[in-house]
Design a protein around this ligand. Structure first.
Ligand code: DQA
Length: 149
């Protein structure tokens, strides 16, 4: 699992999150995904966890990233973005992952359109952070520290 530097946490992000910081900042804030990666690495370091953050706009690629994590990672933090509400394939991939899975949504999806209220991924997630802005990601890393202790 990973390397001797510490347990690896893979942080996966779905479509349009590459635009974080520039995309609808009134909903998603001004932090970029690079800022999120730095904040997660900092929290992870304090807990002896390595973190790697990835993003893709493609559903199949997200599935393959989950498959790869089976061999490399102790836990997965995932914001599947719009695929949250549509993708049985991502749910199935996560069901084939043995470690803890935490789901993060930057916005409060329950305050938004009805189609955002249902998450396939929540059927697998060990915990869900919703509506904490980008602060939700480092909070999820902190929780991984507890779950993997
Ligand atoms: C999101 C919420 C989803 O409904 C939306 O499609 C996103 C981002 C969030 O982080 O708040 O792209 O997952």
């Amino acid at each position: 699992m990973g390397n001797d530097a510490g347990k690896l946490i893979t942080i996966l992000n779905g479509p349009n999150l590459n635009l974080l910081g520039r995309r609808e900042p009134e909903i998603y804030g001004h932090e970029t995904l690079d800022d999120v990666a730095v904040a997660c690495a900092e929290v992870g370091r304090a807990l002896g966890l390595d973190t790697e953050l990835k993003q893709t706009n493609h559903e199949g690629e997200l599935v393959e990233m989950v498959h790869r994590a089976r061999d490399t990672s102790a836990g997965i933090i995932i914001n599947p973005a719009a695929f949250t509400h549509t993708s049985v394939a991502i749910l199935d991939a996560l069901n084939a992952f043995d470690g803890p899975v935490l789901e993060v949504h930057i916005s409060n999806v329950h305050q938004r359109e009805a189609f955002r209220h249902h998450s396939y991924v929540s059927l697998r997630a060990d915990g869900v952070i919703v509506g904490f802005g980008t602060e939700g990601y480092p909070l999820a890393v902190r929780r991984m520290g507890t779950l993997l202790a």
